[in-house]
Design a protein around this ligand. Structure first.
Ligand code: ADP
Ligand code: MG
Length: 252
């Protein structure tokens, strides 16, 4: 498998000393990723040698029919699951060889994940839900609260910070989940149908805010969505079909 950070004939260099300028190096590089699920005697080959690059500042839609492997791919990229074959490079690190401790550290600091169902901690306020991951990642409470307030404010939740998730609307819960995902300033944001559970008007608002946040922070994002109209407003579309990943720039 080719290392995208290694020029032909060159010896492998550590990330900091890579020959290419920073802007040209993908935040995320996927090479030949294979994933097979075994259900009894049945084999489901969801990803058949998938490769792609994602650059800083890019907001990419991941589309494909239900069951095409969008969640499977996002879980592999988010280091929540492992590929059977292939490589995942994040910020120049080959994550495929990471041990559990290294994977956890990368997941906490460099990757933000938004699920379709918010998965917030029900016993804690919106602010605490954004603060806790920062404390776990080593930030002081004061700094974590400062940052939590800034992000929640940016997402229009200034008045809702002390509310628990079940006292919030679905759109507000998803915005808190987005705030939590970017709390540790990740390089990569992965969102698995983040507006899939919302009514169309709320979905549109949350999507707008998500895109605004991506533009504001300059991080790289992959957002799985069923909504082709939303997908076509993003920089690029990655489409999963029959285990293959196709990439195109939407026509506007
Ligand atoms: P999508 O998110 O595009 O709907 P998924 O990645 O959830 O697709 O699923 C892709 C295929 O893999 C589906 O056929 C699904 O049933 C199967 N699958 C997903 N996760 C598992 C699992 N843990 N065990 C067995 N099969 C799975
Ligand atoms: Mg899914």
């Amino acid at each position: 498998m080719n290392n995208p950070y290694q020029k032909a004939g060159a010896t492998q260099q550590p990330y900091q000393q890579a020959a290419q300028p920073q802007q040209q190096r993908p935040i995320l590089a996927i090479r030949g990723v294979n994933k097979v699920y075994h259900q009894g005697v049945r084999e489901i080959h969801v990803l058949k040698g998938v490769s792609a690059d994602l650059f800083k500042g890019e907001a990419v839609a991941l589309v494909g029919p239900s069951g095409s492997g969008k969640s499977s791919l996002l879980h592999i990229l988010g280091l929540l699951d492992k590929a059977d074959e292939g490589k995942v490079y994040l910020n120049g690190h080959d994550c495929s060889d990471f041990n559990e401790g290294e994977r956890t550290k990368m997941r906490r600091g460099d990757i933000g994940f938004v699920y379709q169902f918010h998965q917030l901690l029900p016993e804690f306020s919106a602010l605490e839900n954004v603060v806790i991951p920062q404390l776990i990642n080593g930030r002081s409470r004061k700094k974590a609260e400062q940052r939590g307030k800034v992000i929640l404010d940016f997402l229009g939740l200034a008045e809702r910070m002390q509310h628990r998730p079940n006292a919030m609307s679905g759109g507000e819960q998803q915005r808190v989940a987005i705030a939590r995902a970017i709390a540790n300033e990740p390089a990569l944001l992965l969102a698995d149908e983040p507006t899939g559970n919302l009514d169309p008007a709320t979905a549109e608002r949350v999507f707008q805010q998500l895109i605004g946040l991506i533009r504001h922070t300059g991080l790289a994002a992959i957002i799985a969505t069923h909504n082709f109209e939303l997908a076509n407003r993003m920089d690029r579309v990655m489409q999963l079909q029959d285990g293959q990943l196709y990439s195109y720039v939407p026509q506007r």
